[in-house]
Design a protein around this ligand. Structure first.
Ligand SMILES: NC(=O)c1ccc[n+]([C@@H]2O[C@H](COP(=O)([O-])OP(=O)(O)OC[C@H]3O[C@@H](n4cnc5c(N)ncnc54)[C@H](OP(=O)(O)O)[C@@H]3O)[C@@H](O)[C@H]2O)c1
Length: 276
């Protein structure tokens, strides 16, 4: 029996399908997928032979109880208009486009709606999935969706108006972390005559991994970590001082820029929805 449907087999759609299947909570035969470029689905079929591929988005909407809409925000309205006659009031649309409001999808389709912001970190079954259920989603349905997502991440239930900043802190964060440590590696490389970039990257990344585990598994707080490593008058303390001086401005600027850009995108999506 088909349970999960996916519209859009791009970066996020493929990541979610793969992670759900690896979690063991869903079988390939219980999934149906459609995407604009049909040839991309051949690769999926090769990997999971029993997975269903559909000729149209409407077929997915008709056959699946839970329909993940994994297309770019500006493409969401087109997809919803296409599937609106194929969904029933029992269908649960799960939209991963942060800028598209739950009420808009409910109004356009008459379906139940959940908003989800996944993170690339679910590729290794880690990280946070941000979730907000619309009012018509039942307890049984929300429990099922959260069970699936908890098997590939940790579910964090938030209010819809909290999505903007929360998305920066979860879904965007791997990109921010990568650029922070990329700069750190480059700076270290400028300060050595003998270590290679590869050596430096290995040292930084393995230490980052170990530090993350100390935070999560030993429940160590930021200040405890600093206290344990930076002895008074020592070398680490000098580095921490420099970071504390320079980083607040960097991060304020980063959030100012990302939240402003998000506001512009949200406005563009809303204008586009009014025009439709
Ligand atoms: N990337 C992230 O880390 C991330 C994290 C959280 C949320 N999101 C959200 O996830 C959504 C998808 O992002 P993405 O990075 O996965 O984008 P993506 O890689 O471009 O994937 C979108 C997929 O949707 C397909 N598509 C486009 N229009 C379609 C239509 N009318 N019918 C069926 N399929 C259609 C595209 O087909 P083609 O192959 O023909 O282009 C593509 O395969 C966006 O709303 C984004 O904001 C992304």
């Amino acid at each position: 029996m088909i349970i999960l449907g996916f519209i859009g087999y791009g970066s996020m759609g493929s990541m979610l399908i793969d992670a759900f299947l690896r979690s063991g909570n869903i079988k390939p035969g219980e999934i149906i997928v459609s995407s604009r470029t049909k040839s991309k689905l051949d690769i999926l079929k090769e990997k999971w032979i029993d997975i269903h591929t559909a000729d149209s988005n409407s077929e997915v909407a008709q056959k699946a109880k839970y329909v993940f809409v994994c297309v770019k925000p500006l493409e969401v309205t087109g997809v919803l208009e296409e599937i609106r006659d194929s969904v029933s009031s029992d269908t649960n649309i799960i939209s991963i486009a942060g800028a598209v409001k739950i009420a808009y999808i409910e109004k356009l389709t008459g379906a139940k709606v959940t908003k989800l912001i996944p993170s690339l970190t679910s590729e290794v079954m880690e990280g946070i999935s941000l979730v907000c259920h619309g009012k018509t989603v039942s307890r049984e349905e929300s429990d099922y969706i959260e069970m699936l997502l908890n098997s590939i991440s940790k579910v964090k239930l938030i209010r819809e108006e909290e999505f903007d900043l929360a998305t920066e802190l979860t879904s965007c964060m791997p990109g921010f972390i990568a650029s922070i440590f990329e700069e750190m590696v480059e700076s270290a490389f400028r300060h050595t005559d003998s270590l290679s970039r590869t050596d430096i990257e290995e040292m930084v990344l393995r230490t980052l991994y170990g530090t993350s585990r100390l935070f999560i598994e030993k429940n160590m707080g930021f200040s405890e970590m600093i206290d344990r490593v930076a002895t008074k008058g020592g070398i680490t303390e000098e580095g921490v001082k420099a970071l504390r001086k320079g980083l607040p401005d960097v991060f304020d600027k980063m959030f100012d820029n990302t939240l402003f850009k998000r506001k512009l995108i949200n406005e563009k999506i809303e204008q586009n929805q009014v025009m439709k």
